[in-house]
Ligand binder design. Structure first.
Ligand code: GLU
Length: 450
């Protein structure tokens, strides 16, 4: 058994029942063959065994009282995965599906994503199995306060800096920041994704979506193509999807779909972005209401999705931006996209394509940008927020957006050049994994066995 296979089988034995985490680990380690061959330093330094084991995992009780006076209990997590390159950095996810496996997969991806940005940030992730749907503002506040009442002792602006993810936006960050400040008496950049009124950065809200579109543009340019005029499928209707759609319009592309947990909208004429923002950012209602204004759009309820995948990927388009959640794009979805002539896939979500779907994209040699590269604009802009907080400055929208573009270009170049170096031009999965891994591994070696 090879070094990598041994590590994976040991991991499955010692961390049972964490399928999403194994999936993320296997995807990275499978790419590392070429870099491990002929370099036994990594093996001698036990880098693979060390890198798959979080430096610290915190699991805690989150008790709170709902509006009816009932006591509720949720599970809270913060996985501080790797600090070789900087303070742990990564979001918090509030979603009923959250468990140790999900947080560990996200934390593991975050290590390499953050390394790829070239910025001084380590990898971490956290969250809770809390379902914010249908909860009042008061309930959300009490939950966030309870969550922070345990988390505050583990985080800090130079140790661990959480941010948002699914279910955690500026409102939740505000309640958590308020509680952190009350408990510690410190006003500091301990969270990112803050309100623009008190320490947030311009472009942070838009950054993940904008970044995924810039990444698609760089991939296409390298192949002599253009985003302009391309018909694009987008899944999701949260922050990432909304600002992916916004940037696609700005660059002359035509976004034609979005989706939420209940169904998919397909609008041949192009998604009505103002309406989407109103439905999701202002009113927080189901996408089915989109039809009230646009009877020419199609709505596919989840009950009508194909058994082997997602309705959104079965429409004909040139480009796909999966911006919802993990494993939302199956092999059958990938085959449908390819059969319909899709030439570029840029992932706004974390690990949205299954391993078989990824293999199909690589095999077809289309422009495929894995999430850890394509969606890194969010966390990169979080680091820009940290830099502004630390220097007590506020940069303009253009300043931050210009830096974001440069960072996305650097990420693309790092992944693309590394793929070429290892004899697989165009394979950005291989390129991103090796480029991210090398930076972390070299730092770990220089810092000794810790
Ligand atoms: N949750 C985002 C991600 O998956 C952002 C993390 C951050 O800004 O720290 O990268």
């Amino acid at each position: 058994m090879t070094y990598v296979h041994q590590t994976i089988s040991d991991l499955k034995r010692t961390s049972p029942a964490q399928s999403e985490f194994y999936q993320a680990v296997e995807e990275v380690l499978d790419s590392l063959g070429p870099v491990l061959e002929g370099n036994d330093r990594y093996q001698k330094q036990a880098i693979i065994q060390r890198i798959v084991e979080p430096e610290r995992q915190i699991m805690f009780r989150v008790p709170w009282v709902d509006d009816k006076g009932n006591i509720q209990v949720n599970k809270g997590y913060r996985v501080e995965f790797n600090s070789a390159l900087g303070p742990y950095k990564g979001g918090l996810r509030f979603h009923p599906s959250v468990n140790a496996s999900i947080i560990k997969f996200l934390g593991f991806e975050q290590i390499f994503k953050n390394a790829l940005t070239g910025l001084p940030i380590g990898g971490g992730k956290g969250g809770a199995n809390f379902d914010p749907k249908g909860r009042s503002d008061g309930e959300i506040m009490r939950f966030c306060q309870s969550f922070m009442t345990e988390l505050y002792r583990h985080i800090g602006p130079t140790t661990d800096v959480p941010a948002g993810d699914i279910g955690v936006g500026a409102r939740e960050i505000g309640y958590m920041f308020g509680q952190y400040k009350r408990l510690t008496g410190r006003y500091e950049g301990v969270l990112t994704g803050k309100s623009l009124l008190w320490g947030g950065s311009l472009v942070r809200k838009e950054a993940t979506g904008y970044g995924a579109v810039y990444f698609a543009q760089y991939m296409l340019e390298a192949r002599g193509g253009l985003l302009e005029g391309k018909k694009c499928l987008i899944s999701g209707a949260g922050n990432v999807a909304i600002y992916t759609i916004e940037k696609l319009y700005q660059l002359g592309a035509i976004p034609v779909s979005c989706s939420d947990s209940r169904g998919t909208i397909y609008h041949q004429a192009g998604i009505d972005l103002d309406l989407l923002k109103e439905l999701k950012e202002v009113r927080g209602v189901s996408l089915v209401e989109y039809l009230q204004k646009h009877s020419d759009a199609q709505y596919i309820p989840k009950s009508d999705y194909p058994a082997d995948g997602h309705a959104v990927w079965r429409f004909k388009a040139d480009a796909a931006f999966p911006c919802a959640t993990q494993n939302e794009l199956t092999l059958e979805d990938a085959q449908a996209l390819l059969a319909n002539g899709c030439v570029v896939v840029s992932e706004g979500a974390n690990m949205p394509s299954t391993q078989a779907a990824v293999d199909a994209f690589i095999e077809a040699n289309i422009a495929y940008g894995p999430g850890k590269a394509a969606n890194a604009g969010g966390v990169a802009t979080s680091q820009l927020e940290m830099a502004q907080n630390a220097s007590m400055q506020n940069w303009t929208f253009e300043q931050v957006d210009d830096k974001l573009k440069v960072i996305m270009k650097n990420i693309f170049n790092a992944a693309n050049d590394t793929a070429i170096e290892f004899g697989q031009p165009g394979n950005l999965v291989l390129g991103a994994n090796i480029a991210g891994f090398r930076r972390v591994a070299e730092a770990m070696i220089e810092q000794g066995v810790v």
